[in-house]
Design a protein around this ligand. Structure first.
Ligand code: NAD
Length: 496
C-alpha cells in the first residue's frame, strides 16, 4: 500500500510514524493509500525548514517570485487532466467536476502571477514641507494552511501560491481524506522552481494541526472546513497572537420569484443542489419559492430525479459518492429525521446504489418540500445531494428567512425584476450573492467573501484581500534635507 510522503525542506520523505489514516476509494471503500500522521519531530522539521527558507525567500525579487508562479501555472495546465484523474479517483467526483476543481485553482495561480502590481503601496508627496510618506508591503514569515476534503486542488491553491508570492513560506496540512492531489500540486510546485522549504506539506489530523496554531514561528493561519473546527482554529490561532482567516460551513438559499425565467431556474437548480453530491460549501441546499413559483416544484423534482450517481469515469453519472461511510451515515440520518419531523419527501435517494459498487458511499438525489426553519434538515449543513424546498408569500418574507439563518456564505435570486434583485442584493446578510446565477463563486481578482458563521476573520481568500492577509504594511515618512535645514526643536507631534 502506497504511503503518502511528507514534503519537508524540498524533499519528499517517508514518515517515521506508526500512525496512519487510510485513504479510500469512496466508490467502494477499498484502501488506496495510507496518510501518515507526521511525528512531532517531522512537524518541527517542517516549521524549522519554512523559517529558514523565509530568511532567503523574502529577499528574492517579487518579479522572480511571480515567474515561479508563471511556470507553475504552465505546469498545472500541462498536467491538468492527470491531476483531475487523481483527484476524481480519491474523491469520487466526476471527471468534469474534478477538472473544474483543478481549473479554479489554476485561476488563483494566475492571480498570483500579478503580485508585483497587487503589492504596490501608496505614496503622498509633501505631507508636510519637504516630507513624503509612502507605504510598502512586506511578507509576514511562515504561514500555515489547513484544508478540507471537498476541493483538494482548488482550496490549497487558494492559499499557498498567494502567500508564497508575497514573500512568505508555507506549511500545508491537507485533508487526510484526499492527500494525494495536494501532494501532486506540491511536486509540480518544486518543478516550477520553488526553493527548498518555501512550501512544506505535512499530513495527519488534529494533532498535526495543533503545533501550526501554537508555534510562535507561524504568523498566519488559513483554514477551510467545518464550523466547529473553524471556531476552534480561529480561537486557538488568535489566542496565540496569529492572524487567522477561517472559512466554515454553509446553508445557501436560492430565492425564486414568480417572474423568473422558469427554464433557466429549473436547469440551474439541478446542478447547484445535487452537483458534486452536494459536497460544495456553495451548494444550494434550500430553494425558497415566492408565491406562484411554488407550482414549479414538481417539474424541478422530475428534472432532479433524472440525475444519477455513478463512477468518476462514467460519462452518464451526474455526481459521485459521498466522501466516507461516516458522511453517508450522517446524511441518511438527516433524511430520516426530516421524514419523522414531517417534511414531505418528494424524492428519496437514501437507498440509491451503483451496480457492482454496492459498498460505496452512495446517496441519490433527494428533495423535501414543506421544510420549516426548526427542522434539523434546515438548521444543519447537510453536505449531501439533498434539496429542501420552502414557500413564502413575498420577497420580504424570503429576506427575513435568509437573514435569520446563522450562515452567510452564498445565496442567489432568480427574477426578471431589477428592483427585486437590487432589493435582495442590498438587504441580504450573506457575503456572496448571485442574480440569475445560482452559485456565485467570485473569480480570483475578487475575494471569496462568506459572512456570519461561514467565516471567522476579516480579510478573505484570494483577490486583493489575500494580498493584505499575507502581508504587513510598512509606512515610511521621510525628510531629505536640502540647504534650508529647519531651525529649532519641535516639541509637538506635528510635522513642520
Ligand atoms: P473538517 O472541518 O472536518 O476538516 C477540515 C480540516 O481540518 C482537515 O484538514 C482536518 O484534518 C482538520 N481537522 C479536523 N478536525 C480538527 C480538529 N479537531 N482540530 C484541528 N484540525 C482539525 O471539514 P471537511 O469535512 O474536510 O470539509 C467539509 C466542510 O468544509 C463543510 O462544512 C464545508 O462547508 C466546509 N467548506 C467551507 C468552504 C468555505 O469556503 N466556506 C469551502 C469548502 C468547504
Amino acid at each position: 500500500m502506497k504511503q503518502v510522503p511528507l514534503l519537508i525542506n524540498g524533499e519528499f520523505i517517508t514518515s517515521a510514524t506508526d500512525e496512519f489514516i487510510t485513504v479510500t476509494n469512496p466508490a467502494n471503500n477499498t484502501p488506496i493509500a495510507h496518510a501518515p500522521c507526521a511525528t512531532e519531530s517531522e512537524m518541527e522539521g517542517a516549521i524549522a525548514s519554512a523559517t529558514h527558507a523565509f530568511s532567503k525567500w523574502k529577499n528574492v525579487p517579487v518579479t522572480e517570485r511571480a515567474r515561479v508562479m508563471m511556470r507553475y501555472q504552465a505546469l498545472l495546465k500541462a498536467h491538468h487532466d492527470e491531476i483531475a484523474t487523481l483527484l476524481a479517483q480519491e474523491t469520487g467526483k466526476t471527471f468534469d467536476d474534478a477538472k473544474g476543481d483543478v481549473w479554479r485553482g489554476i485561476e488563483v495561480v494566475e492571480q498570483a502571477m500579478n503580485a508585483p502590481a497587487l503589492m504596490m503601496g501608496e505614496t503622498v508627496e509633501n505631507v508636510a514641507r519637504g516630507v513624503d510618506t509612502y507605504s510598502v508591503t512586506q511578507p509576514l514569515g511562515v504561514c500555515a494552511g489547513i484544508t478540507p476534503f471537498n476541493f483538494p486542488a482548488m482550496i490549497p491553491l487558494w492559499m499557498f501560491p498567494l502567500a508564497i508570492v508575497c514573500g512568505n513560506t508555507f506549511i500545508l496540512k491537507p485533508s487526510e481524506q484526499d492527500p494525494l492531489t495536494p501532494n501532486r500540486l506540491a511536486e509540480l510546485f518544486l518543478e516550477a522552481g520553488a526553493p527548498a522549504g518555501v512550501l512544506n506539506v505535512v499530513h495527519g489530523g488534529k494533532e498535526q494541526v495543533e503545533p501550526l496554531l501554537t508555534d510562535p514561528r507561524i504568523k498566519a493561519v488559513s483554514f477551510v472546513g467545518s464550523v466547529p473546527v473553524g471556531q476552534h482554529i480561529y480561537r486557538t490561532a488568535t489566542a496565540n497572537m496569529k492572524r487567522a482567516q477561517c472559512f466554515a460551513g454553509a446553508k445557501n438559499h436560492t430565492v425564486i420569484m414568480p417572474d423568473a425565467n422558469k427554464e433557466h431556474v429549473l436547469n440551474n437548480l439541478v446542478g447547484a443542489s445535487v452537483g458534486a453530491a452536494g459536497q460544495r460549501c456553495m451548494a444550494i441546499s434550500v430553494a425558497v419559492f415566492v408565491g406562484e413559483a411554488q407550482q414549479w416544484i414538481p417539474e424541478l423534482v422530475a428534472r432532479i430525479a433524472k440525475v444519477k450517481p455513478g463512477l468518476w469515469d462514467d460519462e452518464e453519472a451526474g455526481f459521485g459518492p459521498l466522501i466516507s461511510p461516516q458522511a453517508k451515515r450522517r446524511v441518511l440520518g438527516l433524511i430520516q429525521e426530516a421524514k419523522e419531523e414531517g417534511a414531505e419527501c418528494l424524492l428519496d435517494g437514501s437507498t440509491a446504489t451503483v451496480e457492482g459498487y454496492e459498498d460505496g458511499n452512495w446517496v441519490g438525489p433527494t428533495v423535501f418540500n414543506k421544510v420549516t426553519a426548526d427542522m434539523r434538515i434546515y438548521t444543519e449543513e447537510v453536505f449531501g445531494p439533498v434539496l429542501s424546498c420552502m414557500s413564502v408569500d413575498s420577497l420580504d418574507d424570503a429576506l427575513t428567512l435568509v437573514n435569520n439563518n446563522p450562515y452567510g456564505n452564498g445565496t442567489s435570486i432568480f427574477t426578471n425584476s431589477g428592483a427585486a434583485a437590487r432589493k435582495y442584493q442590498r438587504n441580504v446578510e450573506v457575503g456572496q450573492v448571485g442574480i440569475n446565477v445560482p452559485i456565485p463563486v467570485p473569480l480570483p481578482f475578487f475575494s471569496f467573501t462568506g459572512w456570519k458563521n461561514s467565516f471567522y476573520g476579516d480579510l478573505h481568500a484570494y483577490g486583493k484581500q489575500a494580498i493584505r492577509f499575507y502581508s504587513e504594511t510598512k509606512t515610511v515618512t521621510a525628510r531629505w534635507l536640502e540647504d534650508d535645514v529647519p531651525s529649532g526643536t519641535n516639541l509637538t507631534i506635528s510635522l513642520d
